[in-house]
Design a protein around this ligand. Sequence first.
Ligand code: FES
Length: 154
Amino acid sequence: MQNSRQELDAILTRFKGRHGALIPLLQEVQQLEGYLKKDTLKYVSEQMGVSAAEIFGVATFYSMFRLKPQGKYVIRVCKGTACHVSGANTILNAIRENLKLEGDEDTTEDTLFTVMEVACLGCCSLAPVIMIGDQTYGKLTPEAIPGVLGKFAK
Ligand code: FES
C-alpha cells in the first residue's frame, strides 16, 4: 500500500505545474491502481490544487477512465455491423444473463469478468464474435456462451 502511495506521489510530482495535463495524469493514475478510486481522486485534487469537480468531470466524461474495478477477464462483445446482423445482441444478452449482470452493471461481483461492447474486432467472417482477454470466439450462439465462460471460471 505504502509503495502504491509513493508511486502515486511520484506521478503527481512529475505533473505538478503542468496545467492542462489532467488527462495523461489520470491515465497514469489509472494504470497504477487499475481504476480511478474516489479517495485517490480526492487526494489528486488536494495535491494538484485542481478542484475535485474538475477532476471528477474529466474522469466521468472520457470513456477510457474507469471509476469501478475491472474484472480479471475483459469480455469484448463486438457490436460492429457484421456481428450486429448476426445476432450480437442475443450474444450480449446471453453473456449478461449468464454472469447475472443487472441494469448498467458491467463487472461481476467477484470481479472475475467485465463485459464491454466494442466496434469491429476485425474478424467479421466469424460473426458474431467476442474476445476474452486475447482469445477470440466466433460463430457464437447463445447456447455456446456458458461453455465459453466456463473455461475462465475458477
Ligand atoms: S463486425 Fe464484428 S468482427 Fe467485424
